[in-house]
Design a protein around this ligand. Structure first.
Ligand code: AMP
Ligand code: MN
Ligand code: MN
Ligand code: MN
Length: 291
């Protein structure tokens, strides 16, 4: 086994969602799309859930592309929701499994409250409607509500529903306390994985708080930052590549694909990491030799 040759040019896509969380496609459909788009190293990173990993791994093994197990953990830090991706985890590790179970446990209660808030805003049956869109009933989230509201003709797109109903200050928003940063990083590390700050450009953190987050994340053993993601602008690729270098963090790349109509970019189609970055996969061993 050897390292990936020319790692910065490797078509790695290390962030996306299946119907086990809030994606549209099954793990097998995602794996097939990744392979068709030339992805050589892929990860499935469902929200707070690893139920799709074994199917994703099996699909990759028949398609001949490299796979690492992943997850995207919801975290509350400084009153902001952050997402921490774990890559290269042992998804069967009990510490990780129990931790994820505790995060999922809060989701159903939040969803019931969201249904009640939307009812007050004149939209009936949203909890039941959202559950119809959640293939995994243990993992109901805002995206499932958004799809139901589009179905009901309340808004035209999922993005519009978020803007009008599902973000802080809007009628269907219910504040929620997720895992702590310390918990998320420690569960990922316990399971042998690398912790990665997902889409840092999306957080409403001023420079001082961003600095505090990066320092704390590093002190906890966090290892990387998403630099090239479907959530970033090209300016943000440069900004977060600089920050990764400055804080001695590796860089990750991932589309955050949820489905063909709901995502800005398809699997494996983002630009490569900026040359100066150290890819998070630079010290991983190839398994299929497909690179
Ligand atoms: P939840 O974990 O239930 O709070 O849902 C978070 C998910 O909602 C994210 O992972 C995205 O898939 C989706 N999301 C968040 N903000 C937006 C937005 N502005 N437009 C579309 N989808 C969004
Ligand atoms: Mn999502
Ligand atoms: Mn996210
Ligand atoms: Mn995501």
């Amino acid at each position: 086994m050897q390292y990936y040759p020319d790692p910065t040019r490797l078509n790695a896509d290390l962030h996306c969602h299946s119907s086990e969380s809030d994606g549209r496609w099954s793990p097998e459909e995602l794996a097939a799309a990744a392979a068709a788009n030339g992805v050589a190293l892929w990860s499935l990173t469902d929200h707070d859930e690893v139920g799709g990993i074994s199917r994703a791994r099996a699909a990759c093994s028949s398609l001949g592309i490299d796979f690492v197990a992943g997850v995207e953990i919801s975290v509350t830090w400084a009153n902001e929701t952050l997402h921490i991706v774990g890559l290269g985890i042992d998804e069967t590790h009990p510490v990780l499994q129990e931790g994820l179970q505790s995060v999922r446990a809060g989701r159903d209660h939040r969803a019931v409250e969201m249904g009640a808030e939307l009812a007050k805003a004149g939209i009936a049956g949203a909890y039941e409607g959202a559950l119809r869109y959640a293939a995994n009933p243990g993992l109901v989230g805002r995206t499932h509500f958004a799809r139901f509201l589009v179905e009901q003709g309340v808004c035209e797109t999922v993005g519009d529903v978020f803007q009008r109903y599902l973000v802080s200050g809007k009628p269907g928003y219910v504040p929620h306390r997720w895992a702590t940063l310390t918990q998320a990083v420690s569960w990922i590390r316990a399971a042998g994985g690398q912790a990665v700050i997902a889409h840092p450009g999306r957080y409403r953190l001023n420079d001082l708080l961003m600095h505090a987050l990066l320092e704390e994340f590093k002190a906890l053993g966090g290892g990387a930052l998403e630099v090239v993601t479907g959530s970033h602008t090209t300016d943000q690729y440069i900004r977060f590549a600089r920050i990764a270098l400055q804080y001695d963090l590796k860089a990750s790349r991932g589309s955050d694909f949820h489905g063909p109509d709901e995502s800005r970019v398809a699997l494996g189609t983002l630009p490569p990491l900026p040359d100066a970055c150290v890819p998070v996969w630079s010290d991983w061993k190839m398994s299929t030799g497909s690179a």
